[in-house]
Design a protein around this ligand. Structure first.
Ligand SMILES: Nc1ncnc2c1ncn2[C@@H]1O[C@H](COP(=O)(O)OP(=O)(O)OP(=O)(O)O)[C@@H](O)[C@H]1O
Length: 574
């Protein structure tokens, strides 16, 4: 500016000056780039026009335009013009300059000239506590317009909460404040102990920038849009051991049986989920159903090989409901004639099962109680104790047999006695849950015998082979599966000193004390069941001390009747 003012040709006009400036400055400019930049800049038509504008009203030769820019110039220009004697051109110019879009243009020019477009953020408070909920510092520049938000005091916690955001208001347009946010400070003043009216007073008194410190709430609309899909995990998962997960830290670890709320299935491989009932709103990554099924399909063949190496006798059935034992050497296999395909069933790959909360309404049928466990673990003993503890409430099914009735027996009490021919027809018609053959006679538990107990509004206790579980998992039975597990071999030897292996309840003479081998077999059979069917067990009870195991079972079954449980969604549709 100083150079401009003292230049001899200044008075002959800025316009002329502009045209000579590039050549005048030439000796001071080294680079060809810089030179062509100067030429371009001073030759720019818009610059010339501006100079013209500035010169027209300038009859007193006082420069109005200054290359420094700034508010004083753009805003001052209009005022200055108005102060001068009016001619038509000037009036037109004043009119033009007072148009809103020209004003805005000039104001943008000023902002850019002052480089004041970077927002000035308040310094981060240095007293932020690590344990404190994550806070958000919001800075709004307020004009006279109200904020467009209402606040309220939470009745329970006393916190100041944003209650409402007015559509289109300043707060809404900012997109920074939401319903449910907790207000902690306004302009550095803590508001916890203030009444809403006092806070409103602080707000209305503040002008310009207002700083809020808020704890973001869980957005209401986000909450209502939250997916309500729940799944039961049928396998254990540890992201730390998963080589495929894109970020281990973002993974969610869970155990078989955990209920997960699936928050997002947008990614085909990695879902986002939370553990049901977990207060932490942040979801974690879990493998998608499809991805996990594919991985299991790759891993599975190894599992089968291990299982098949185990001596087949360990698999031989355990028979209870029809009061026979798998232990009879002759019938060992035929009693438990379950097809290999069923024992090594790989069709149902256990990943996730979609579930829903279910609570039995008063008067509804009871859920079928299924007891599963290796032979000799004590299923009959536990059933017996439950029956005698409350015979009006618990009941068992009456099995069918094709053997002839003995004279102290009555049809429909110990057994339903039917002919071999009829029994075979019923097998064909899939009337049995399980059936087997013992000493040339058929024995079996029918689906009807379960219906019969349930229709009397009693709790039906049934012990089954685990492979039949899948046939019983229906909306009609809504089975609750309890796995009874043996304790360690040492505890078995200690607790079963006086116990007897009953090899045929239809044949009362055959019983003998447990051997070490029996215990081993019980433990490995239990292990195998758990590996293969563990995902279907809702409760595992270790039958160590009989009284303790019985009490735990009784308490569990009471809860099944009264509490809410997660059951497959398909069971709740009927
Ligand atoms: N916790 C326990 N402590 C001591 N003895 C037990 C316990 N549980 C069961 N027993 C005894 O073990 C024996 C076998 O039990 P039980 O007949 O109930 O087994 P099970 O699982 O029904 O087997 P199976 O189907 O082969 O008959 C019985 O003599 C029973 O009294």
């Amino acid at each position: 500016t100083a150079a401009l003012n003292s230049h001899p040709i200044y008075h002959s006009g800025l316009y002329e000056l502009l045209s000579v400036l590039p050549s005048q400055l030439q000796p001071h400019v080294e680079g060809a780039d810089d030179r062509s930049f100067l030429h371009a800049m001073f030759g720019e038509r818009s610059l010339h026009s501006l100079v013209k504008v500035s010169r027209k009203p300038d009859s007193a030769q006082t420069p109005v335009f200054s290359p420094q820019g700034g508010t004083s110039h753009t805003c001052g220009l209009t005022e200055e013009l108005q102060g001068r004697s009016a001619n038509n051109e000037m009036r037109e110019l004043v009119k033009l300059l007072s148009k809103p879009h020209i004003k805005s243009l000039l104001s943008v020019h000023d902002t850019v000239a002052r480089k004041s477009y970077d927002p000035e953020l308040p310094p981060l408070p240095d007293d932020i506590d690590d344990d404190e909920d994550s806070v958000k510092i919001i800075r709004l520049v307020k004009n006279k317009e109200p904020l467009g938000a209402t606040i309220k005091k939470d009745e329970h916690t006393g916190a100041i909460i944003v209650a409402r955001i007015m559509r289109g208001g300043a707060a809404d347009r900012s997109g920074l404040i939401h319903v449910g946010d907790e207000l902690k400070e306004v302009n550095g003043i803590p508001v916890d102990d203030k009444k809403p009216e006092e806070i409103i007073c602080i707000l209305s008194q503040s002008q310009g920038a207002i700083t809020f410190k808020v704890v973001p709430g869980i957005k209401e609309d986000a909450q209502s849009k939250e997916p309500k899909m729940f799944v039961k995990a049928l396998f254990d998962y540890s992201p730390a051991e998963d080589k495929a997960i894109p970020c281990k830290e973002a993974g969610l670890a869970f155990r078989k049986g955990d209920i997960l709320q699936v928050m997002s299935q947008d990614d085909a491989t990695w879902w986002q989920a939370k553990l049901e009932g977990d207060g932490n709103p942040r979801a974690g990554l879990i493998p998608s159903k499809h991805f996990q099924e594919r991985r299991f399909a790759v891993w599975r063949p190894m599992t089968i090989t291990t299982l098949q190496r185990t001596p087949s006798k360990r698999f031989s059935g355990l028979r209870r409901s029809f009061r026979l034992s798998r232990r009879d050497k002759k019938t060992n296999k035929s009693m438990y004639e379950c097809k290999r395909s069923e024992q090594y069933d790989t069709a149902d790959v256990p990943t996730y099962e979609e579930v829903m909360a279910y609570r039995r309404k008063h008067g509804d049928r009871h859920r079928l109680v299924l007891l599963v466990g290796p032979s000799g673990v004590g299923l009959n003993e536990l059933k017996r104790k439950l029956l005698i503890s409350d015979p009006q409430h618990f009941s068992i099914t009456i099995p069918h047999t094709s053997r002839s009735k003995r004279h102290q027996e009555s049809d429909g009490v110990e057994y339903h006695f039917i002919s071999k021919h009829l029994f075979e027809a019923d097998i064909q018609n899939c009337k049995f849950i399980e059936h087997g053959e013992y000493k040339g006679n058929y024995y079996g538990t029918s689906f009807d015998s379960v219906h019969s107990v349930l229709s009397k509004n009693k709790v039906c206790l049934l012990d089954v082979q685990p492979h039949t579980l899948k046939h019983l998992r229906t909306a009609e039975f809504k089975p609750y599966v309890v796995f009874v597990k043996p304790p360690s071999i040492e505890r078995l030897s200690e607790t079963r000193k006086n116990a007897k292996v009953i090899s045929g309840k239809d044949d009362k003479n055959s019983s003998k004390p447990f051997s070490e081998e029996d215990f081993q077999e019980m433990i490995s059979a239990a292990q195998m069941m758990e590996n293969q069917y563990g995902h279907l067990f809702e409760k595992v009870i270790v039958n160590d001390d009989l009284t303790i195991a019985f009490n735990e079972l009784k308490q569990t079954l009471r809860k099944v009747e009264t509490d809410t449980q997660w059951v497959p969604v398909s069971w709740t549709h009927s």
